[in-house]
Design a protein around this ligand. Structure first.
Ligand SMILES: [Fe+2]
Ligand SMILES: [Fe+2]
Length: 142
């Protein structure tokens, strides 16, 4: 079993957001690698906590950006973020009660959700972003 790795096709063209996405991929992969090589539960749990915190930070940043550009599907998009956070919370509760056997399923879910969400939902606001003014720090320089 392997997770989808970071790839140029996930670039949405907003530098700050692309860096967030890349970091999210990295954290999921790291949790998977740590678990696979038998790291302690505590190490994996700390990484998952970091991942959840970082995801919340990323979602907030995206929602601010969508607000700034007047993206018309902001509410719909942020509802997806909320749904995701709720789902992850549910899975983490399962992890607490069942143990690490569900960890692989959790990481596969996180990875699949992230790739689909970027390609469909984040790309959509990125397209909307294109012709609208943004702070220079947020414009990809590639
Ligand atoms: Fe998003
Ligand atoms: Fe995103």
């Amino acid at each position: 079993m392997s997770l989808a790795e970071w790839d140029g096709k996930y670039l949405i063209g907003v530098a700050e957001i692309d860096a967030h996405h890349q970091h999210l991929f990295k954290l999921i992969q790291q949790a998977f690698d740590d678990y696979s090589k038998g790291s302690s539960d505590q190490v994996v749990r700390t990484l998952l906590d970091e991942l959840m915190e970082y995801a919340a930070y990323h979602f907030a940043a995206e929602e601010i950006l969508m607000g700034e550009i007047g993206y018309p599907k902001l509410l719909e998009h942020s509802a997806e973020h909320t749904l995701f956070s709720d789902k992850v919370k549910e899975m983490m509760d399962l992890y607490e009660s069942i143990g690490s056997s569900v960890l692989t399923s959790i990481l596969i879910f996180l990875n699949a959700w992230l790739t689909q969400h970027i390609l469909q939902k984040d790309m959509d606001y990125a397209r909307y972003c294109k012709d609208r003014p943004l702070a220079p720090s947020k414009i990809a320089t590639a």
